[in-house]
Ligand binder design. Structure first.
Ligand code: SF4
Length: 291
């Protein structure tokens, strides 16, 4: 495991400042762009890289003018804080589609626990959702990590998304000695449900974060191998970088591991409030807009 000290963050910041890159929307090199459409949230998780809540929502007409200028079809990851706090999320999804891009919603899933809500978003063009499930199947783990006993609602959200045949990636922050021992049971559950994309990650010292020493990539990989047991025999590594690894289980189930620091967002950018796009992770670390 790695120990992330505050001076490590300072070093990262100063190195990013020196090599800082940003682009006009028409010059965006990114295939994926994150958009923080709101800073509101209905949860108060202990690990939240974007914890400031009193910033205004992103104006949609402004967002659409940025999206119109992008040079290619781009995955637009509608994030936040919690994007479902916006009542106009269906209209935003529909407009992202109309502009030729692919909308993706990153969510804590509380509102997706209502099946009618999932159907509504599907009807306007949503097909892909990243669902955060830090506590797996257990209320006590959600309470410890996310400060809310919400297992039923989260798992209902997962079922609703799968019933509607959405592409679902589940995201789980693994916290040493808290939810790691639950992973085998949780992974079994996800595989039984037919989830095809499972993302495990450690937490970085950005925004609000638990002080436990985070897993590094090797630690995350050990957790995955332990969780899969004998099935590990059919696990193949398909991607490897200093902070991210990808695997295929059999022919169709993808596992992703991401450890802090996730350096180098070559394919993922973020739309900034002043109308530029910049590499996602560097943008989070520098936090020049005081999120
Ligand atoms: S991590 Fe996501 S769900 Fe949790 S408080 Fe932050 S924005 Fe809200």
């Amino acid at each position: 495991m790695i120990v992330l000290e505050d001076d490590t963050l300072s070093e990262l910041k100063s190195s990013y400042k020196q090599q800082k890159e940003r682009f006009l929307p028409e010059e965006s090199p990114f295939s994926t762009l994150f958009v923080d459409i709101t800073h509101r949230c209905n949860m108060t998780c202990k690990n939240c890289y974007i914890p400031i809540r009193d910033l205004p929502d992103m104006p949609v007409d402004w967002l659409y003018t940025v999206l119109e200028r992008l040079p290619r079809r781009t995955r637009i990851r509608l994030a936040g804080a919690e994007p479902t706090m916006r009542e106009d999320l269906p209209e935003i999804i529909s407009k992202v589609r109309a502009l030729g891009h692919l909308p993706v919603v990153l969510t804590n899933g509380l509102k997706f626990g209502r099946h009618s809500y999932v159907k509504r978003l599907k009807s306007v063009g949503l097909r892909t959702v990243y669902l955060s499930l830090n506590g797996g199947l257990r209320d006590d783990l959600y309470e410890t990590i996310d400060e809310l006993a919400c297992a039923d609602r989260k798992l209902q959200a997962l079922d609703n998304l799968l019933i509607e045949k959405m592409n679902v990636t589940t995201g789980t922050i693994l916290v040493p000695s808290i939810n790691d021992s639950h992973l085998p049971e949780f992974v079994d559950y996800l595989l039984e449900r037919g989830v095809k994309d499972i993302h495990l990650r450690s937490v970085g010292a950005i925004g609000n974060y638990m002080k436990e020493t985070p897993y590094d990539l090797e630690g995350l990989e050990d957790c995955l191998i332990n969780a899969l047991g004998k099935s590990t025999e059919s696990l193949k590594k398909t991607g490897d970088s200093p902070s991210h690894r990808e695997y295929l289980l059999g022919t169709s189930i993808k596992f992703q591991l991401t450890a802090w620091p996730d350096l180098g967002s070559s394919s993922r950018g973020r739309i900034t409030p002043d109308g530029f796009v910049e590499p996602m992770f560097e943008s989070i670390v520098l936090n020049e807009f005081s999120y």
